[in-house]
Design a protein around this ligand. Structure first.
Ligand SMILES: N[C@@H](CCC(=O)N[C@@H](CS)C(=O)NCC(=O)O)C(=O)O
Length: 211
């Protein structure tokens, strides 16, 4: 498998964690999201993913998968151990809800292309853009803080899709200096995950394209 990734991409970070948890070997194909105007816009990459985003996962069959949540679901279906969702349907729905607060509510508002649009088309200054970023992370993290009970992972004793989505978002929040002191449960779940090799290996600074 080949993973098209960027070290700082939180969506690619989710997939790296899932691949590592499942112990699936893969080759990394870095796509720099800002050099040369963003290499996700190149004609070559757009044939892989017309949405011009990472991650994309190329399977041995040649099939190309995009969208981190779809890729992770595929990995969980084809490599069921360890499972990324709990057994009971109610628990599964709760895990998916936490994951989707990150993937559907927070991340789409704070993605690179959104921040670039605020700056380039809407002529916002950096302090306003930072305030936008902080606002949506804090709003989503308030919801997650109320929903989780780290014991020690976000949704129980087993690592789940919730942790896979939460850890990269916490990494980005720290990088952009969002204060996390009012989110002790999120910080605790992140700390528990960081002790696991699968999460450590997926960290942005441990990627071949890290800067
Ligand atoms: N919903 C998509 C989001 C993918 C996405 O937006 N990735 C970002 C990096 S985290 C990207 O490639 N952005 C390119 C850009 O903003 O130009 C997923 O989960 O895979």
């Amino acid at each position: 498998m080949q993973l098209y990734s960027y070290f700082r991409s939180s969506a690619a970070y989710r997939v790296r964690i899932a691949l590592n948890l499942k112990n699936i070997p893969y080759d990394m194909e870095p796509i720099h999201l800002t050099k040369d105007g963003g290499r996700q816009h190149s004609a070559e990459f757009r044939t892989l993913n017309p949405a011009k985003r990472v991650p994309a996962l190329v399977l041995e069959s040649g099939d190309i998968l995009t969208q981190s949540m779809a890729i992770i679901e595929y990995l969980d279906e084809t490599h069921p151990q360890p499972p990324l969702l709990p057994a009971g349907p109610v628990q599964r729905a709760k895990v998916r809800a936490v994951a989707q607060i990150v993937a559907c509510d927070i991340h789409p508002l704070n993605n690179l292309m959104v921040l670039q649009h605020l700056k380039r088309a809407l002529k916002q200054e950096q302090p306003e853009i930072d305030a936008w970023y902080h606002h949506w992370v804090i709003d989503g993290f308030n919801a997650i803080e109320a929903a989780i009970d780290p014991t020690p992972y976000a949704c129980g004793a087993q690592v789940t899709l919730a942790d896979i989505c939460l850890v990269p978002q916490v990494f980005n929040a720290r990088r952009l200096k969002v204060p996390l002191d009012r989110f002790p449960k999120i910080v605790a779940a992140d700390a528990a995950c960081q002790k696991l090799a699968a999460f450590d290996k997926a960290r942005p600074e441990n990627q071949p394209d890290a800067e």
